[in-house]
Design a protein around this ligand. Structure first.
Ligand SMILES: C[S@@+](CC[C@H](N)C(=O)[O-])C[C@H]1O[C@@H](n2cnc3c(N)ncnc32)[C@H](O)[C@@H]1O
Length: 288
């Protein structure tokens, strides 16, 4: 099946509600709690706010099957909203002692993706700039100054290529990665011969040759291998069909994730029916 056929069949683009189901427990809930605590501080509040803003600006997010970038776009919006809360707390009167243009530190170049089809890959890059523009307008409204990032100096790092063939460390060094996230493809479509061959090569390279793993499992294993190359705390949040928690998939996938890559589970949702933004809804049940 080619890219056009996949789109017509209703490639499974994730709704905002489902993206939030992944990114809230993955990192947003913790960041919101941390900011609420800082806002309550009686002493050291300003320094803590500035450190928190720097923390937001130091996060790097990576979606290795990013499609049009929906996960990256929503995550970017949420980080910018948190940053605006920080700035409002730092400048409560709306009076700035510096140019609005120097205010925001969170930027699109903190976002990384891989997408096999060129058209969505290019959309992802552009859509990140569009969200940047929306959030710049929002910031301008808060402070009554025009905040624009023109000319565009930074861009999201969207690589057009096959995530099974690409060495993820060349897209984003794992020691700089904060979160791996997304909705990797599940084999609701027939793999082309070249994709099947890439999957077999990919599984071999991960020491899982000959397994009968679902297509989506590959992303879990590769993410495990990617984060194992660093001792830092990188968190992973993927949507997957619930097939990976059932039957023959379980002994092939989970022992490798827990033992070989030493991953721990920090959250999961129970199975729920999948709603998609695409034409032709996907009749699947997923876990994240
Ligand atoms: C289920 S969609 C999710 C897209 C997007 N993250 C979203 O949620 O809206 C999966 C995406 O993975 C892409 N994909 C499939 N196989 C891939 C591969 N081997 N490497 C990179 N991307 C791939 C598809 O083209 C599709 O855009």
């Amino acid at each position: 099946m080619n890219a056009k056929e996949r789109r017509q069949k209703g490639a499974h683009y994730t709704t905002e509600k489902n993206i939030l189901k992944v990114i809230e427990p993955l990192f947003l809930d913790d960041l919101r709690t941390e900011l609420a605590r800082i806002l309550e501080l009686k002493r050291g509040r300003e320094a803590a706010l500035r450190a928190f803003q720097d923390k937001l600006a130091g996060l790097n997010l990576f979606d290795p099957a990013c499609g049009c970038g929906n996960f990256l776009i929503i995550a970017y919006r949420e980080l910018r909203l948190l940053e605006i809360e920080v700035l409002k707390a730092l400048y409560p009167s709306g009076q700035l002692d510096l140019e609005a243009a120097a205010l925001s530190k969170v930027d699109v170049d903190q976002f990384y993706g891989i997408e096999i089809d060129e058209f969505p890959a290019r959309i992802a890059e552009t859509a990140m700039w569009m969200m940047d523009h929306i959030m710049n307008n929002r910031l301008s409204q808060e402070f009554g100054q025009v905040f624009a990032r023109i000319p565009l100096k930074s861009s999201a790092h969207i690589v057009h290529g096959d995530a099974m063939e690409i060495d993820w460390t060349t897209v984003l060094a794992p020691e700089h990665c904060s979160y791996v996230l997304g909705n990797p493809p599940f084999s609701g479509f027939t793999l082309r011969d070249d994709q099947r061959a890439a999957q077999i090569r990919g599984l071999e390279s991960l020491g899982a040759a000959g397994s009968r793993l679902d297509y989506v499992s590959y992303w879990f294993l590769k993410a495990g291998s990617y984060v194992r190359s660093t001792d830092l705390d990188v968190r992973i949040g993927f949507v997957a069909t619930n097939s990976i928690t059932q039957g023959e998939q379980v002994p092939q996938l989970w022992p490798a994730l827990f033992s070989k890559y030493r991953l721990e589970l920090s959250f999961a949702h129970t199975t729920f029916p999948w709603g998609s933004d695409a034409r032709g809804k996907a009749h699947v049940h997923v876990v994240t």
